[in-house]
Design a binder for this molecule. Structure first.
Ligand code: ZN
Length: 364
């Protein structure tokens, strides 16, 4: 109750209208591609993406039990070297062929516009283009709002060409499986399809030794998604990875860093598959982001409206219509909600977002 009152007070206090700003690297409408793959890695901070391992956390034994090994893998006095060690695909490929937004060292800012800075409200904002103040918790409640996935599925040429794979078992509600009818595989749901990969995957998922939580191992989600891409050839795929957030909540900075590298490898693998597969090659855009930020220093394990830094986000784009500008260093302020219409624009569809008034957005 106390929290609700505080939240209501904050809502009234914080709500304001701000002008939207163009993405400087995407000023001219990007040339649409046929396909788009939207990838999220939950609660992964801009600090690690742009500066690699954080010295305060990699040197703290309570967060990084084996500091020696982790430092020999991820540490360097240069931030550019550190980030390359952590995420080589981002900094060797995306930085030379795509664009990266959200490095606050250059005042290039991406924030969530919703007040809560937790997962469901933030995925709702990202995928619907509106920070709905009534969507405030992570409970398994069907989303009243239409996501861009549901919208695209209703557009000519996209019917039965949209799919979602996610580690977190709340995604069937965020994407409203019942109403949208989008094929969604999340948590430890059985993976459909007769391929050798899917039967092996189901066997692994059913193994009694597997410790299951609400978030499936990202590696399993990834294999399921890739297998679906190969056999069903969707035009729009959402891949929601979740373990970066899990390890952060556990206070395990070593595992959080290792997972970031694994995510980078999965994205590299997917890009390599795309660029060597007819129909996808030179015809597919990747948009990669997170749902929310986290706190700083010892508060890095947490995120919500009371933890400073939780609304700080980032995103990256890579694809045939994207100018190879790399890291964007312009002073800009963007919001996660702007990505919804960017996603549809990338495949040549206009997303009518009724709640945006002119070129202003409401932020909370
Ligand atoms: Zn979290």
């Amino acid at each position: 109750m106390k929290n609700t009152l505080v939240s209501l007070f904050l809502l009234a206090f914080l709500q304001q209208q701000v002008p939207t700003q163009e993405f400087s690297g995407l000023k001219k409408d990007p040339v649409p591609a046929r396909n788009i793959i939207i990838i999220t890695t939950d609660g992964f901070r801009w600090q690690e993406l742009f500066s690699g391992a954080d010295s305060a956390l990699i040197n703290a034994e309570r967060f990084t039990p084996d500091t020696g090994t982790m430092k020999s893998m991820y540490w360097s006095s240069s931030a550019e070297e550190r980030r390359k060690r952590l995420m080589p695909f981002f900094w060797n490929v995306i930085a030379s062929k795509g664009q990266l937004y959200g490095n606050r060292s250059y005042s290039n800012k991406v924030n969530t516009a919703n007040l809560f800075s937790i997962s469901y409200p933030s995925y709702n904002e990202l995928l619907t283009g509106n920070p709905d103040p009534s969507v405030k918790g992570n409970e398994k409640i069907d989303n009243p709002n239409e996501t861009v996935l549901e919208y695209l599925q209703g557009q000519p040429g996209f019917h039965d060409k949209v799919a979602a794979f996610a580690s977190w078992d709340v995604f069937p509600y965020i994407l409203n499986r019942k109403r949208s009818g989008i094929p969604i595989n999340a948590g430890y749901e059985k993976v459909a399809g007769p391929s050798p990969e899917t039967s092996m995957l189901n066997e692994v998922q059913d193994a009694p030794f597997l410790e299951k939580s609400g978030t499936r191992y990202d590696a399993l989600t990834f294999v399921a998604a890739k297998s679906y891409l190969q056999s069903n050839k969707p035009r729009v795929m959402f891949l929601g990875l979740g373990e970066t957030d899990e390890f952060a909540h556990q206070g395990r900075y070593d595992l959080y860093l290792s997972q970031a590298t694994k995510v980078d490898q999965m994205i590299a693998d997917l890009w390599h598959w795309v660029q060597s597969t007819p129909g996808y090659k030179d015809n597919t855009t990747f948009i990669i982001t997170t749902d929310h930020g986290r706190g700083q220093k010892s508060k890095w394990t947490s995120h919500n409206e009371f933890v400073n830094g939780s609304s700080q986000s980032w995103f990256a784009v890579l694809g045939p219509g994207i100018n190879p500008l790399g890291e964007i260093k312009e002073k800009e302020q963007h919001y996660q909600m702007q990505l919804a219409s960017l996603i549809t624009q990338m495949v040549g569809v206009k997303f009518e977002n009724q709640k945006l008034k002119g070129d202003e957005v409401v932020i909370w």
